[in-house]
Design a protein around this ligand. Sequence first.
Ligand code: ZN
Length: 247
Amino acid sequence: MSLTDSQFMRYSRHLLMDDIGEQGQEKLLNAHVLIVGMGGLGCPVSLYLVAAGIGQLSICDGDTVDQTNLQRQVLYTPEDCGKPKVECAQKRLNALNLETQINVYADKVTSQILAHNYTLVVDCTDNLAARQQLNAHCHQQKIPFVSASALGWEGQLVAFDFGHNTSLCLNCIIDKDSPEPMMNCGNSGVVGPVLGAMGSLQATTVIRILLGYFQQHGQIQRYDGKNGQWLTLGAEANQQCVICGTR
Ligand SMILES: [Zn+2]
């Protein structure tokens, strides 16, 4: 496969970089990425991945656009209210780059949706059950997995390169006493650009993994938007983990 003239222009700022170049751009063009959740994280992740020239993007979300989404879910406009998020997103993403094939699933993530052959899965959901389902599937199928969440002023990101390392997973580091199951953006609020920061970081991590530059399997990155601070935490595998544990 070689790039067309219009691809040379469109992706020229990638091609100018020695560590991306034509070979790297071809890796992006050949990738099929699944984004689960098209809310405050899924919007920036999908915009940047489509702009970057990811070849195929599947987006999955069962919700319709609500007026309360517009404060942070930057793909949607007031006219979209009441319509399925994935359909509105597909329209906007197609307008940005028709070269990316967009597949839409107006549904919660199911095993049928997961059965397709994805290069990488991005978790942009707002609930623990979906997160755990995606983690288990990606670990089992050895698919790289990029997960993020945000609440209030704070965001968190963790990624797993299961293609190269299966000894630590999201289930190992989920705090069982965490208040997350009760608290979400819907009842506790969130600052829109914090989702933008975390979504951009997810998209950057996707590109790093696809290009082979990712070394931080299981490392947790936390952003405190109120105090403007980033924190990186190491994580340890839990030998008793039901997903990846050896015992
Ligand atoms: Zn685990």
